[in-house]
Ligand binder design. Sequence first.
Ligand SMILES: Cc1ncc(COP(=O)(O)O)c(C=O)c1O
Length: 460
Amino acid sequence: MTSFEIDESTRFVADRDRVTWIDRREVARFSERTRASNALRERALAVMPAGVPNSWMAGYYAHPQLFADHGAGSRFFDPDGNSYIDMNVSDLSMTIGFGVHEIEQALADQYRKGAHFLLPTEDAIVTAELLAALTGMPSWQFTVAASGSNTDIMRIARHMTGRRKLVVFEGKYHGHIEETLVVSQDGQNVPEYQGMSGRRAEDTIILPFNDLEAVARVLKQRDVALVLTEPAMTNCTLVLPEPGFLEGLRQLTQETGTMLCIDEAHTFSFAYGGLTRLWQLKSDFMTLGKGFGSGVAFAAYGMTREVADHVERHLDILHRRSGIGLGGTLYGNALSMAVARDMLEHVLTEAAYNRISVLGTRMADGIDALCRDLDLPCRAFRLGPRSGMCLTTELPRNYREARPSMDLDMLDARRVFMANRGYWDCIVSAGPQASFAHSPEEIDGYVAVLGEFMEELVRG
Ligand SMILES: Cc1ncc(COP(=O)(O)O)c(C=O)c1O
């Protein structure tokens, strides 16, 4: 058996008729409970495609469109007054919960003083100092989204190495960037979505995660500018690095003059200082994003001193000297820097991370117990606050092994089943995450509803 084949006896395969039956029943119930959302949707369709301001808000979900009204702590409310304990935490951009007082204060104070000047404020220095102390990356830049951070990083890496190519790992997501929105189809690189030129796909090499031999074969050509990877893959369920994989990646990139970026847009929420600090990782760049989990639109990237010196020497100076194409109008704005500083000083404390790690373990233990009780060939994913249900007996080592846990129809049915019982489930490619606002009882409640769903699925 090659590492990519899945033995059918070691994976959970849901009965299709049962999935459809549960889904239909739950969608009907959901529609009844969300009439105000439906009315808003009818109105919204006249002025926004699919009735949403961002296509992800419709494309992520198969059930009728839900609108949000407000949130408080661990839950949000829809316009009908239904509440949802949020296990998706807005795809890890709301990991601190709704309405955190310190952030509310920082936003109000800075807005009064001025949201943006297109000039640096002292908060930017403090934020960069705090990030440097926390992660070991000495120098920082700020953007509005991790997509922007990764775009800047690719440009710097290309300029520094004089090479064009990029290595990413199958199952990755690094933002809405043409070079990374590439998939391999019958041995050919093709754009992942429509409306893309396809030209950038030629520069991208897609390799299986946890396969150092494949990386070594490619890097020895010495034409790759950058290897871009998450420390653990989080966008195709959860794929952990095997012992030595990330260290090997560092060694191979250094030996071949290739740059390495650890994308912690998600995993910064898994551990204090991210997995870079937890696992003592070394790289040339580090990506952060999603307002560090505050829900405020900002992101960042860290770089070594050598990279920072290079950037400084090749700064673009408007109409006078063409340098590396970095930056953007709202990047590093005063409002976001005030929030970033406040997050690091007051919210993202080691104690808070320790607490969510305990909650994540509680969730994973609960999922393992329910798999045993129902005699399912399944187990829990676990990494700090991140958990979820792995639909195979063995944890995946790469995307192909993770695919069976992404049973889209079953997960759509599970999502609407949970929504009707007060839980907002994770998106299909990810896993539920314990947030700073969750209580142990809410975590237990999630596992209990998951158990109810699985029991109905397998026992009827
Ligand atoms: C690992 C990773 N990098 C980058 C991004 C892009 O983030 P954004 O959508 O904020 O640009 C994401 C988004 O989910 C991500 O998961």
